[in-house]
Ligand binder design. Structure first.
Ligand code: ZN
Ligand code: ZN
Length: 136
């Protein structure tokens, strides 16, 4: 999401864009996306700074770190960005800051649900689907 500074009217600007996870460089070893993220921004200009209230929504896909099943979860975050303008700045690119705000919240061990029972260490059965016969 880029914005030309001279296109921000005095009353501010509202933007909405679909941005792919690839453009924002959001995919990691364990976190994947299958569709774009919806990024909304309320942009306003003060004397020598631009403030953006940003709201991001999308879905992440990952393998549960306990039961290994493929899972998905909502990704949603609201945050504010603040850009101090230098003389000669023409355009602001929000993408690097948006990326930072999102990846900082990535779970280190993503779970399909918080009480995931995981796999039996002996037979490997997914215990979310019922007990196994290992008697543990
Ligand atoms: Zn799980
Ligand atoms: Zn078992």
């Amino acid at each position: 999401m880029k914005i030309r500074i001279n296109q921000i009217p005095p009353e501010g600007l509202e933007l909405e864009e679909q941005i792919s996870a690839q453009v924002l460089d959001l995919e990691t070893e364990s976190i994947k996306f299958r569709g774009p993220l919806t990024v909304k921004a309320q942009v306003s200009r003060v004397t020598n700074a631009v403030i953006a209230k940003v709201s991001v929504a999308g879905r992440i896909f990952f393998d549960c770190s306990r039961c290994l099943r493929e899972s998905e979860a909502a990704l949603k975050k609201d945050f504010s960005l603040h850009f101090v303008l230098d003389k000669g700045d023409v355009e602001i690119n929000f993408d690097p800051d948006i990326r930072q705000e999102i990846i900082i919240d990535y779970p280190i061990k993503p779970l399909c649900r918080t009480d995931c029972l995981g796999l039996c260490l002996k037979c490997g059965k997914n215990l979310n689907e019922g007990k196994c016969n290992c008697n543990n």
